[in-house]
Design a protein around this ligand. Structure first.
Ligand code: TRP
Length: 380
């Protein structure tokens, strides 16, 4: 029952590769994850061969500053895809900010700083369209037909929505319940066929595929309007926060890309370690020390075990010094570029203006095709 297609006679309980969908009870998720990982690998292999055949869309919620986890986990991959010649699009999902919070305070600042981080990391606005969700009405209009293609039950069993609702301490708002459909609009308005994301966003890409498939079948079976996009799951190792736990702004355990070298040094100096003097790499038993080693390792390009051995009995102080140097050294060129861009915020705003203009054009064309497929085009 859970996987019944919405008012469709054909069976579409799984997608075209037979990847299992998650069930109402939430089981089968890991089976899905494995299938998605395999799928993502296969797509990446095709993409490496013919990057020009792919259009990617991904994005961020402008809720704060990006950290080292974002850089290694997604920004660098976006830059790589862009430089390979993949048609690249980044959404700054400003409406997603209010899925689980009650304020848009700081949104201007957060949005402009996201653009600065992108530019500093190597995103080139000539090759990558950067746009804000709120500026593209035609994209958002896709929401109406798309909502008709999903059931309440499907929306309610989305595991990411469930956990975000629990974490927010709020009751479930209509926007939180339906934002995965928004995200389908983000992805499909520009007909993206690949979506680089973390695990949390997988259910949203799955519902996007379902929506694309149902739309095509229902309204345009001979000439599909939408691609069924694939997730690209990053294979970058997840960087722990400085306390060995998940990096998160509220824990104050993350290295902010735009922080100064002094702020970074202070944060690392304050990081908790353990009472054992000799440094060893042991993520299970020594999460804090190992988190420092992992961070230093990624930035210095040296295996964590080698760093541990090098520091040995010099202890946590020496490890922190090493880590600070590695991180600040690694981020220095990026921070310099960022500071340059930040001198000219008018240009940064113009980049958004251009991206939004382009996005509106594309969204208008897609919406026209949707109206036509639905028989809602009344005149030329
Ligand atoms: N939900 C994503 C996040 O929180 C941001 C996002 C919005 C996104 N729209 C998207 C990601 C479309 C990929 C595709 O990180």
């Amino acid at each position: 029952m859970a996987d019944e297609p919405l008012q469709q006679p054909e069976s579409d309980t799984s997608d075209s590769t037979g990847a299992a969908q998650y069930t109402a009870a939430g089981n089968k998720i890991s089976a899905t994850f494995e299938a998605e990982q395999a799928r993502s690998k296969a797509v990446m292999a095709r993409l490496e061969q013919n990057p020009g055949d792919f259009r990617m869309l991904t994005g961020d919620r402008p809720t704060g500053r990006l950290h080292l986890g974002h850089l290694f986990g997604s920004l660098q991959e976006r830059v790589r895809l862009q430089n390979m010649g993949v048609q690249s699009n980044i959404i700054i999902a400003d409406y997603q900010v209010i899925t689980d919070r009650d304020t848009t305070a700081h949104i201007q600042d957060n949005v402009l700083n996201l653009v600065l981080d992108y530019l500093a990391a190597g995103i080139d606005p000539k090759r990558t369209m950067i746009y804000t969700h709120s500026a593209v009405p035609a994209e958002n209009q896709l929401m109406l037909p798309f909502l008709s293609l999903v059931s309440e039950a499907e929306l309610e069993r989305n595991p990411t929505v469930k956990s975000e609702m629990e974490a927010s301490g709020h009751e479930l708002t209509g926007l939180l319940l339906t934002y995965p459909v928004h995200q389908a609009c983000d992805i499909l308005f520009c007909k993206a066929n690949v979506v680089p994301i973390g695990k949390d966003n997988l259910p949203h890409v799955q519902i996007t595929r379902t929506i694309a498939r149902r739309f095509n079948r229902r309204y345009s079976p001979k000439k599909p309007v939408f691609p069924e996009p694939d997730a690209i799951l990053t294979n970058a190792p997840e960087i722990p926060g400085l306390d060995g736990k998940k990096m998160s702004k509220s824990r104050g355990n993350s290295i902010i890309l735009s922080a100064t070298p002094e702020e970074t040094a202070k944060l690392i100096r304050k990081a908790k370690t353990d009472s054992e003097r000799t440094i060893t790499y042991d993520p299970v038993h020594r999460p804090e020390v190992s988190a420092l080693l992992t961070t230093a390792s990624l930035c210095a390009g040296v295996p964590p075990q080698d760093i541990a051995e090098q520091i040995g009995s010099a202890g946590a102080g020496a490890l922190k010094e090493y880590t600070t140097k590695a991180v600040n050294g690694y981020l220095e060129p990026m921070r310099e570029r960022r500071a340059e861009f930040a001198k000219d915020m008018d240009t940064v705003r113009d980049i958004l203006r251009d991206g939004n203009h382009k996005a509106n054009h594309i969204a208008g064309e897609t919406l026209d095709q949707v109206r036509e497929a639905m028989g809602m085009k009344y005149y030329d």
